[in-house]
Design a protein around this ligand. Structure first.
Ligand code: ZN
Length: 284
């Protein structure tokens, strides 16, 4: 299923994009799309059944698509998880996953405005496959157990400020947590619809020019290993999100002068089967 949330920011209602591409209202069936719903197999089955039976009311065209997940618990991110991206940044491919966190309040809708932070000169783009957790997971013993905890997938834009991230001391947090720095969506696609999470083309354009053109096949640590690995260090809960890293083609990896983002730029992202995002940049 393709689950989404539509409406004004903070007042989104749960919806579903059906197999015919028609937007359907879920608000009579489930309170929202969040960790509690993803952990509730019976509720998800009722949604699937109502869709199959054609019982879901059609929604009028909507002005805004919000993030497809409410009340996100935590966002765990994997750095340098594609061979070509590690190379372009001058880093060695890591022996173990590089892990950092992003605050859930950085999340906005897939087509919402992204703000260039005040004082920023190096705002950069990163298209990523986001994994959404649907089952509590501690110390997973196998890749099978790890994948069984995955409820679905979405596109994440891990917007990053490279000077704040790399040149201003400390860890990466300052360059990763600016407001609006994690567009998510448009859909949360349930895991049963993604036959192989390691065979997804990812693309990103800036002002219509293709900048990133990768595949999750090139991930150093595949989704199953990322989820298994993280569960050795932290408990994963329904409603947690994992940004699994970005392929080559970010501004940081380009020759000088690097083409960092400015107000007025338009970034578009796509992952096969997961839809598209489009953001206009504005000054904070
Ligand atoms: Zn990233």
């Amino acid at each position: 299923m393709k689950l989404l949330r539509v409406g004004p920011a903070g007042a989104e209602r749960p919806a579903l994009l059906d197999r015919g591409g028609v937007l359907r209202d879920l608000s009579n069936l489930v309170p929202d799309i969040d960790g509690s719903l993803l952990a509730d197999a019976a509720a998800l089955a009722r949604v699937a059944e109502a869709e199959a039976a054609g019982r879901l009311p059609e929604l009028e065209p909507v002005e805004r698509v919000g993030p497809p997940l409410a009340r996100i618990g935590k966002i765990v991110c994997i750095g340098l998880n594609y061979h070509d991206h590690a190379t372009e940044t001058g880093a060695q491919p890591p022996a173990e996953p590089v892990v950092f966190m992003k605050a859930p309040d950085t999340v906005v809708g897939p087509d919402d405005t992204v703000l260039v932070p005040r004082g920023s000169r190096k705002t950069d783009w990163e298209v990523e496959l986001a994994v959404v957790i649907g089952r509590e997971l501690r110390y997973a013993a196998s890749h099978e157990e790890a994948l069984a905890a995955v409820a679905g997938y979405a596109i994440a834009h891990d917007v990053s400020e490279r000077e704040f991230q790399i040149e201003r001391g400390g860890q990466w947090d300052k360059g990763k947590n600016c407001e609006t720095f994690n567009p998510l969506g448009p859909w949360l696609v349930t895991a049963d619809e993604i036959a192989d999470p390691q065979a997804l083309p990812l693309k990103l354009w800036v002002n219509g020019e293709l900048k990133q053109d990768g595949s999750t096949a090139d991930q150093i640590f595949p989704v199953a290993e990322v989820v298994r690995y993280l569960s050795q260090f932290m408990t994963l809960y329904p409603g947690d999100v994992i940004n699994t890293g970005t392929p080559a083609g970010v501004a940081l990896g380009q020759p000088e002068p690097k083409p960092y983002l400015r107000a007025g730029d338009v970034v578009e992202l796509a992952i096969e089967g997961l839809g598209r995002q489009r953001q206009e940049l504005k000054q904070a």
